[in-house]
Ligand binder design. Structure first.
Ligand code: PMP
Length: 411
C-alpha cells in the first residue's frame, strides 16, 4: 500500500537541487506542488509532436490534440468520480469559483436571499461571492470556528434556520488550519433548511490529498486546481452536474463555446464547451492527465496515509518546541498536511527568511485568508505543508531553522 518516497523523489527535478548551499527542503506544497518528470514529458510531447489546436481541425494531427485534451477531461472525471460532461476546464480554482459567482449567484439569487460561507475560506472562495452579494443586495452569513479550528455546525444550523440561505460556499480543506470540513453533512444541512439551495465547494486543497468522489459528496459545484496536485500551473476545473450547467448562462463568451453566431447574437455549444471560450490550455490538460496518472498509481488512500503519518510527526515536533502555537485541529485524522503556527516573539516573515536561508521553503503571510487571520487575531502565520515527496528527513531542517530564528530574533 505505502509507496517509497526516496524512489518517488527522483521524479521531481527541483527536489534534487540545492538552495543557499543546503539540500532543498520543500514544505510549501499547499501553495503549489512540485512537478514530476512525467508531467513535464506529457506537456513537452504535445508541443513537440501533437501541436495543433483542438476541436475544429479535420486533419489527424488536430484529432490527436483533441484526443489529448478530451482524454485529460475523462482522466480528471474518473479521478474525482464526476461526469466528464460536467468537468469544465478553467485556468485555476479561482476561475472556477468566479464562474459560479457570475453564472449562478449573480443571475439566480435575489435580494432577501442569503449566502452561507465560513470564516476560514481562501479569498478565491470568498471574494467572488461577497462581491456578487454586494452587487445583488444579498446577505452573507459566516459559520464560526470552534476553539480547535473546526466549523461550528451547531452555529451553522442556527444560520440556516430561517430558510433564506439559497447558496453555500464552503472549503473542503483549509489551506491554513488544515481542517477537513464535512462538506457532505453541511450540504445536507443546507438542503434540509431549503431544498432549492445550491452548494459550492472549494476543493483546491482536497483533491491533491484525499480520495474525492464528486458524486458521493452530493454538492452542486466543486472547484479544482491542477498546480497543487502535481500538475502544471494554468489549469483547473469546475465540476458540476451537466444538466445544471446546461441550465446556466455562460461565463466567458467568444470562440469555441458557440453553436451558431449571427450578426445579432449567438447560441451556445453543448456543455462543457459552452463554458470554455477560446483556445484552451491543451498542454496543461495533457500535463494534468499525467499528474492524475501519478496520483492514481500512488493510490489516494496511500497518499492520505503518508500525509497523516508525516503530519503527526510534524505536529509532535512543533509541540515539543517552546513558544510555538499551532493553529487548527491537533488530531491528524481530521486535518490535512498544511500546518500553520506562530513563533512567540518572532515575526512570521523573519522565521520564513531564516528558513529560506537554510534551504527550507515555507510560506509566511496571510495565505489569502485575511478574514481568518482577523478571527485568529494575527496578521500572518508561518505555514509548513507536506506532500507525497516529503519524508521525516525534511523535518529536522525545519525545526533547526525555527530554533535559529528564535535564537536570533526573539526578544
Ligand atoms: N482555495 C484554497 C483553499 C487554496 O489554498 C487556493 C490556493 N492557494 C485556492 C483556492 C486558489 O487556487 P488557485 O490559485 O489555483 O486558483
Amino acid at each position: 500500500m505505502a509507496f517509497d518516497v526516496a524512489t518517488l523523489r527522483k521524479e521531481f527535478p527541483t527536489l534534487s537541487r540545492e538552495l543557499e548551499g543546503h539540500r532543498l527542503v520543500y514544505l510549501d506544497s499547499a501553495a503549489s506542488s512540485q512537478t514530476p518528470v512525467r508531467v513535464l514529458d506529457a506537456m513537452d510531447h504535445y508541443y513537440r509532436w501533437s501541436r495543433s489546436n483542438v476541436h475544429r481541425g479535420v486533419y489527424p494531427l488536430a484529432e490527436e490534440a483533441t484526443d489529448l485534451y478530451e482524454g485529460a477531461r475523462s482522466s480528471l472525471a474518473r479521478f474525482v468520480d464526476a461526469d466528464p460532461r460536467g468537468v469544465v476546464f478553467t485556468k485555476n480554482a479561482t476561475e472556477a469559483c468566479n464562474l459560479v459567482a457570475y453564472s449562478w449567484v449573480r443571475r439566480e439569487m435575489h435580494p432577501g436571499e442569503a449566502i452561507l460561507t465560513t470564516v476560514m475560506e481562501h479569498h478565491a472562495n470568498h471574494v467572488p461571492f461577497t462581491h456578487a452579494a454586494n452587487e445583488r443586495g444579498l446577505e452573507v452569513r459566516h459559520i464560526p470556528l470552534t476553539s480547535d479550528g473546526q466549523l461550528d455546525l451547531e452555529a451553522a444550523g442556527e444560520l440556516l434556520a430561517d430558510g433564506r440561505v439559497t447558496f453555500a460556499a464552503i472549503g473542503h480543506v483549509s489551506n491554513v488550519l488544515g481542517t477537513i470540513n464535512d462538506v457532505a453533512t453541511i450540504a445536507d444541512m443546507v438542503r434540509s433548511a431549503n431544498p432549492d439551495a445550491m452548494v459550492q465547494v472549494d476543493g483546491a486543497q482536497a483533491v491533491p490529498h484525499l480520495a474525492v468522489s464528486f458524486r458521493d459528496l452530493g454538492v452542486d459545484f466543486y472547484a479544482v486546481t491542477g498546480h497543487k496536485m502535481l500538475g502544471p500551473t494554468g489549469i483547473g476545473a469546475l465540476l458540476a452536474d451537466p444538466d445544471r450547467l446546461e441550465s446556466m448562462e455562460p461565463f466567458l463568451t467568444g470562440g469555441d463555446m458557440i453553436r451558431d453566431v449571427t450578426l445579432e447574437g449567438a447560441t451556445w455549444n453543448d456543455v462543457p464547451q459552452k463554458f470554455e471560450a477560446g483556445t484552451p490550455m491543451i498542454a496543461e490538460a495533457a500535463g494534468l492527465a499525467a499528474a492524475v496518472d501519478v496520483l492514481t498509481e500512488l493510490g489516494m488512500d496511500a497518499v492520505r496515509e503518508h500525509e497523516v503519518a508525516l503530519t503527526t510527526r510534524l505536529l509532535d515536533a512543533l509541540d515539543a518546541m517552546p513558544s510555538i502555537e499551532v493553529h487548527g485541529p491537533r488530531d491528524p485524522q481530521v486535518r490535512g498536511g498544511a500546518v500553520s503556527f506562530a513563533v512567540d516573539g518572532v515575526h512570521p516573515h523573519d522565521v520564513g527568511a531564516m528558513l529560506g536561508s537554510r534551504g527550507v521553503c515555507v510560506r509566511v503571510g496571510h495565505h489569502c485568508t485575511k478574514p481568518l487571520m482577523r478571527s485568529l487575531g494575527v496578521n500572518a502565520t508561518v505555514r509548513a505543508s507536506v506532500y507525497v515527496y516529503n519524508d521525516a528527513d525534511d523535518l529536522p531542517p525545519l525545526i533547526d531553522g525555527i530554533e535559529a530564528a528564535q535564537a536570533f530574533f526573539a526578544r
